[in-house]
Design a binder for this molecule. Structure first.
Ligand SMILES: NC(=O)c1ccc[n+]([C@@H]2O[C@H](COP(=O)([O-])OP(=O)(O)OC[C@H]3O[C@@H](n4cnc5c(N)ncnc54)[C@H](OP(=O)(O)O)[C@@H]3O)[C@@H](O)[C@H]2O)c1
Length: 276
């Protein structure tokens, strides 16, 4: 009889946004359990280095790197075709890559926001469409979509980002119902503020949210990994985030928006410092 790790060696996971943060931690978790990896992001060298390290450490059957800007329209189909041309079947899809941008909507850059919609919505939808069809043919598979605590509430000063994450949660929960009894499960991971490059890249490093009690990406990824393996529909990562998600059902949306806005504003002390 084959061990679990031997079985996993015959399975492949595709992880988007594996070059950093939560996605990199996903790659480590899957590698530890023996899965072959397809790592996707823009930073080829970071992906290659991670791939070599993990393959060497865990004796993985196969590690592939795909360089792709997932905010470009149509790129998901190109990624899918590349995977097929290499004769790889994806058993697990992790739609993790994502980004946001901070600021008042009347001042933020429209092109940047449209790229974020492409990256956070259109790409995961298209990747899910392509790989799900193959999973259905095989009668098994798993998909993990990274949503957020802001999936549960309006997100002033990151309005577009928040709306993309509300989409992802709704999309995942709907598909999860459609896929009942097919052998395929889909799980949404909802992290709270996490200590990655996310806030800095979104131009939000100066906000209260970025200076709050941030979760570690390894812990967030482990929550997602465990929920995915258990076929759960959704997991909110961390106690504080769970409390926020639960209370979002009880608090009016206007009050949630006000509280989120406070979080997304600059702390006065920081403001003083940044002006000195
Ligand atoms: N950190 C938080 O507080 C937090 C909270 C809730 C949810 N999330 C979600 O968690 C997920 C992971 O974010 P993170 O916190 O780990 O952020 P991160 O450290 O900034 O990592 C983001 C990852 O996405 C990739 N990525 C970004 N833009 C891309 C593009 N155009 N094309 C391809 N790949 C791209 C990046 O790779 P390259 O730069 O190499 O392309 C990187 O690997 C995101 O979906 C985010 O929305 C984060």
């Amino acid at each position: 009889m084959r061990s679990k790790s031997e079985e996993n060696k015959r399975k492949t996971v595709l992880i988007t946004g594996a070059s950093n943060g939560i996605g990199m931690e996903f790659a480590k978790l899957f590698a530890k359990d023996g899965y072959s990896l397809v790592l996707v992001a823009r930073s080829t060298e970071r992906l290659r280095r991670l791939g070599y390290q993990l393959q060497d450490k865990h004796q993985l059957e196969k590690v592939s790197v795909i360089t792709a800007d997932l905010s470009e329209p149509g790129v998901a189909t190109e990624v899918y075709q590349q995977v097929k041309e290499n004769g790889i079947h994806i058993d697990i899809l992790v739609n993790n890559a994502g980004a946001g941008t901070h600021g008042s909507f009347d001042e933020t850059d429209l092109e940047r926001e449209q790229a974020i919609i492409e990256l956070n919505i259109n790409t995961p939808v298209a990747l899910t469409k392509h790989f799900l069809k193959d999973m259905k043919q095989k009668g098994e598979g798993k998909i993990l979509n990274v949503a957020s605590i802001v999936s549960f509430m309006p997100s002033p000063l990151m309005a577009v980002y928040g709306a993309t994450k509300a989409f992802i949660l709704s999309f995942s929960e709907a598909l999860s119902n459609e896929l009942k009894g097919t052998g395929i499960s889909i799980t949404a991971l909802c992290p709270g503020g996490t200590n990655t490059m996310f806030f800095r890249r979104a131009g939000a490093a100066h906000t209260r949210a970025a200076h709050g009690n941030l979760a570690e990406p390894a812990a967030v990824a482990l929550d997602g990994y465990t929920a995915l393996m258990n076929g759960e529909v959704k997991v909110v990562s961390g106690l504080k985030t769970k409390l926020q998600a639960t209370s979002s059902n009880l608090i009016p949306d206007t009050a949630l928006a006000a509280s989120m806005r406070y979080q997304m504003e600059e702390e006065e002390g920081d403001w003083m410092q940044s002006k000195l």
